[in-house]
Design a protein around this ligand. Structure first.
Ligand SMILES: Cc1cc2nc3c(=O)[nH]c(=O)nc-3n(C[C@H](O)[C@H](O)[C@H](O)COP(=O)(O)O)c2cc1C
Ligand code: SF4
Ligand code: SF4
Length: 442
């Protein structure tokens, strides 16, 4: 059976699943309950000068039957006194010595950073996470993402922390930047031992169109908040990949952003994360989701022959290349399984109006559409809209020739160089002539 134990920048954990800093890690009671359920580690709700929060403070976006596909908050860091948090942290460590507790910290001056780092370490924290990501409320006070967006300031503050820290220091990055690797490089140059990403995206979740107020509404007014949950996972994955692939970083990565099930976690690990952190999914479903997370990961590792989590970290990176390195001679075309088709015509509408007019209808009075192979560019759209699993598959075209990338074609001069160049890729695709199109519209 797979071994889920990990060592993240010197922090040992029974499994790679950590609670991200947030409401589920607000108190010792919650963190002990989570460890008891099976969570590997926990990053305490960010501590600093206690704040005062607003009511209400959360908003969600539903999609179809799925509630909270996206989630937003205007909550600040911990509103509890530092001494209360640290006393409870000490207690948690007494009862759960094997589970790492990471102290998330956010303060302002060098003196304050020195003080909170020492206090957190004295309380028994196994590591420190520096919150340079909060994109609302705290940034207006010169902290959180205000630091994360300024690599020089980030580097300086990490170096202040490193002056006194004896435990591993994880730098938590904001996604509200143009290139997150700039922040990660600054974290490394400042002396940080690891990075975690992402924190939330600055956002406006929606607007109450009757009362003209953004959500969440606080006594008739609203403000921008931090966006997270399943909807942000693709962006987080790309940022994790960018940091894990950069030759200038080389720090362990803790992946965060929309992890809701074991598959999400596996994807983050394959993209280079050595731990994954979860916040919204726990706020939605509770600590119990850990059972499926660990069993799913363990079964996956067994099925793939991975003995340890570290064996699978970054496994998908070698197949994640720049666009210019993709094989332009490779073609797929759509294939419809007539037996599975329910005749809904979604694929026809999508391809006809939104793609390449490569799906025909009305053959022998049948409601099953057919693929016009010479028009199909293999874009995938029809297979994505088809509501029946396995009904439209993309199959390799028989006309595939040898590998040739854009880089190769550029090197051999085999690329379009003028606006009307005969090498334009689209010249081989059939486009309905204007006259015929007008006749069709009549
Ligand atoms: C209500 C709420 C409060 C949060 N508070 C903190 C915090 O105090 N410190 C911090 O570093 N991140 C905080 N976060 C961000 C999460 O730790 C995490 O980075 C983000 O939500 C993305 O993960 P998710 O999609 O699993 O929620 C908070 C998130 C939410 C939803
Ligand atoms: S893959 Fe794209 S072009 Fe081909 S049939 Fe489907 S939607 Fe049309
Ligand atoms: S979307 Fe799928 S089920 Fe619907 S008509 Fe097309 S192939 Fe058939």
């Amino acid at each position: 059976m797979a071994d889920l134990k990990i060592n993240f920048a010197g922090i040992k954990s029974p499994n790679p699943f950590w609670l991200a800093s947030g409401p589920p890690t607000n108190s010792g009671y919650q963190i002990m309950k989570a460890f008891d359920a099976g969570w590997g580690g926990a990053v305490w709700k960010t501590m600093g000068l206690p704040v005062v929060n607003s009511s209400s403070r959360y908003a969600g976006i539903d999609f179809g039957d799925t509630r909270m596909m996206g989630f937003s908050n205007i909550e600040l860091i911990s509103d509890r006194p530092l001494s209360h948090n640290l006393k409870e942290l000490e207690e948690v460590k007494k009862y759960f010595p094997e589970n790492p507790v990471i102290a998330s910290l956010m303060v302002d001056t060098r003196e304050e950073w020195h003080r909170v780092v020492k206090d957190a370490e004295n309380a028994g924290a196994d590591g420190l996470e520096l919150n340079f990501g909060c994109p609302h409320g705290m940034c207006e006070r010169g902290m959180g993402s205000a630091v994360g967006q300024e690599p020089d300031v980030l580097k300086l503050i990490v170096s202040w922390v490193m002056e006194v820290a004896t435990k591993p220091v994880i730098v938590k990055l904001t996604p509200n930047v143009t290139d997150i690797t700039d922040s990660a490089i600054a974290a490394k140059e400042g002396g940080g031992n690891a990075i975690s990403l992402i924190n939330t995206f600055q956002s406006i979740m929606g607007v109450d169109i009757d009362n003209f107020t953004p959500y969440p509404v606080v006594d008739g007014k609203g403000t921008n908040g931090g966006y997270c949950g399943p909807a942000v996972k693709p962006i987080a994955l790309n940022m994790v990949r960018n940091c894990a692939q950069s030759p200038y970083i080389g720090l362990p990565v803790s992946g965060i952003g929309g992890v809701s099930n074991w598959r999400d976690a596996v994807e983050f690990i394959l993209m280079g994360a050595s731990t994954v952190q979860v916040c919204t999914a726990v706020m939605h479903y509770g600590f119990g989701i850990i059972r499926r997370l660990t069993s799913g990961l363990s079964d996956y590792m067994d099925s793939k022959g991975f003995a340890n989590v570290s064996d699978m970290v970054g496994k998908a990176l070698k197949n994640t290349v720049a666009w210019e390195d993709l094989n332009l001679n490779y073609n797929v075309i759509a294939e419809i399984d007539n037996k599975k088709c329910i005749g809904c015509m979604l694929c026809y509408a999508a391809c006809e109006d939104g793609a390449h007019q490569a799906i025909g209808i009305g053959s022998n009075g049948s409601r099953v559409p057919f693929i016009i192979e010479e028009n199909c560019v293999g874009c995938n759209l029809c297979s994505l809209v088809c509501p029946v699993e396995g009904c439209i598959t993309m199959v390799e075209s028989k006309s595939n020739t040898g590998f040739e990338s854009w880089k190769d074609r550029t090197a051999s001069g085999n690329i379009p160089k003028t606006f009307d160049d005969p090498l334009a890729g689209g010249l081989s695709h059939r486009v309905t002539e204007i006259e015929k199109a007008l006749r069709k519209m009549k």
